[in-house]
Design a protein around this ligand. Structure first.
Ligand code: ZN
Ligand code: CU
Length: 491
């Protein structure tokens, strides 16, 4: 493939994994400005800088489709937890929780406090949040959703009931305004207290705003345990009611009574996909993480405290040990630790593997960047899939793993110019060593950067290199108006 002109950067002799899932080829890739100039075997290109990438894999930058990085991208803009994994784009505003649009004068209730405990950290208008990102861009691209929990908190005096017609009108209006300002869609967290009283009809009524703009909807479903199949049905009903593509967030079967049920959930998703756009994501661990005072407590074999406002020194400790020291049980300990967060061991490895392997499953970290002792998924998700699940146990091919992290999410979120190695696309790239790539973040040492991620480029510029952040912040706040169709099928 010949290309005219000089490249800024030429990466030679790499194993090119293009994001489509198809077989990799050995070849070169040239970058000019923020775009891929040319890609293929034997490029004849003059370049200002040339890198020999023999033995290394070059792929599109990874897209973390499930994050709680809303505030992290502003207060920690180098975003090392993500760039060190090869991530170049993050989707924020998940699980019903977003920084905007919300005016609040007190500490927000859990789980809103997972992204921000300070009332002053929230943005009354979504446009202001987007402009804050424009003014101080992070190292990664950002796609932002509006949280249904955030809307409820801003529009309702009491969250323990379903919204009135007037409140729904207010929420829908704020959602419309946010979509106009560039939000990519709305997420729900019907599992959580601030939204648990919302009915299916309430969500659909607010989500009518999505229909007009062809935006998307993602959900932390009402139940991921014994009633997970009912929750999937509700999710599909909501998607049809809004006429919006839906994404089932961090799909799992939680608690021993639900173990093994992924056989049925995936069959149900398959059946639904025949008539409506449905996507899903998962993280590669048997433990989840959220606020500590969660119904998850009863479903978990083990719990680790990730932070506690009242007793910060207990971060990283086993909850049962903490309870013993306090001379009480789990519930008693939680009462003394809240507001607090925890890691919950509640899944079966077979379900995790079956869900990860499913053709339509994307990878999303669900990392919690403000936790004192976070779940290792925050720093380890993507290398863990490439190292542990691909190389060590052979769950699927490297090309398939990269597709789940790039081409598939790009198609799901309408990122028509990202997620693939092709001339003209944005140069979001990751160069890694398939032989050594591995997650090093553990439940004991959760903030250890991964091995084998050598160089990461965002919009043509290196953000991670030689084991550290370069200091470059070339990410962009991406607006819905710049994107293509959501939920587009790929393959
Ligand atoms: Zn969630
Ligand atoms: Cu989440």
């Amino acid at each position: 493939m010949a290309a005219a002109g000089k490249a800024d950067l030429l990466i030679k002799n790499a194993r090119l994994i293009d994001g489509s899932g198809g077989p990799s080829v050995k070849g070169d890739l040239g970058v000019r400005g923020d775009r891929i100039l040319a890609v293929g075997p034997g490029l004849q290109l003059e370049a200002a800088q040339t890198i020999d990438a023999r033995g290394k894999a070059l792929s599109p930058g990874f897209i973390d489709v499930h994050t709680h990085d809303d505030r992290a991208v502003l207060v920690d803009p180098l975003m090392k937890c993500k760039t060190s994994q090869g991530c170049t784009t993050v989707v924020t505003g998940n699980c019903g929780v977003s920084l905007a649009p919300l005016a609040i004068d007190r500490r927000p209730p859990a789980p809103m406090d997972l992204i921000c405990a300070e009332p002053s950290g929230f943005y009354e208008r979504f446009a202001d949040y987007m402009m804050a990102l424009d003014a101080e861009p992070p190292a990664v691209n950002v796609l932002a959703q509006v949280g249904h929990g955030t809307l409820r908190l801003g529009a309702m005096r009491s969250l323990e009931r379903t919204a009135s017609a007037d409140e729904i009108k207010v929420m829908r209006g704020r959602l419309e305004e946010s979509l106009d300002a560039g939000a990519v869609g709305m997420s729900t967290g019907l599992f959580y207290p601030p939204a648990a009283a919302a009915t299916t009809d309430e969500v659909i009524a607010i989500g009518q705003a999505l229909m007009k703009t062809a935006a998307m909807h993602s959900t932390h479903m009402r139940d991921e345990g014994e009633k997970v199949l009912d929750s999937l049905q509700e999710t599909f009903t909501i998607g049809r009611g809004m006429r919006a593509p839906v994404v089932v967030s961090h799909h799992k079967c939680s608690g021993a009574a639900a173990h093994g049920r992924s056989v049925d959930t995936l069959a149900l998703i398959d059946a639904a996909r025949a008539t409506q756009p449905v996507g899903l994501d998962a993280y590669p661990y048997v433990a989840g993480s959220t606020m500590l005072n969660s119904p998850r407590m009863l479903q978990s074999s083990k719990i680790i405290v990730t932070w506690s406002q009242t007793r910060p020194n207990f971060a990283g400790r086993d909850l049962d040990e903490v309870a013993k020291e306090m001379g009480t049980d789990r519930a008693g300990a939680v009462e003394r630790l809240v507001p607090a967060g925890g890691i919950f061991f509640m899944m079966d490895e077979k379900d995790v593997q079956r869900i990860l392997k499913y053709e339509h499953t994307m990878v999303g970290s669900d990392g919690l960047p403000h936790d004192l002792h976070p779940h290792p998924r925050l720093w380890g998700t993507f290398p863990r899939v490439l190292g542990h699940y691909v190389r060590d146990i052979g769950l699927f091919t490297l090309e398939e793993a990269v597709r789940k992290m790039t081409g598939l999410p790009a198609a799901q979120f309408g990122l028509t110019d990202r997620g693939r190695l092709r001339a003209g696309a944005y140069a979001d790239l990751v160069l890694f060593d398939p032989e050594t790539v591995a997650d090093l973040a553990t439940f004991e040492k959760p903030t250890t950067p991964s091995a084998g991620i050598e160089r990461v480029y965002v919009n043509g510029r290196a953000v991670w290199q030689d084991g550290r952040a370069t200091g470059t912040r070339s990410g962009r706040a991406l607006r819905r108006q710049q994107l293509g169709t959501f939920g587009a099928p790929m393959r």
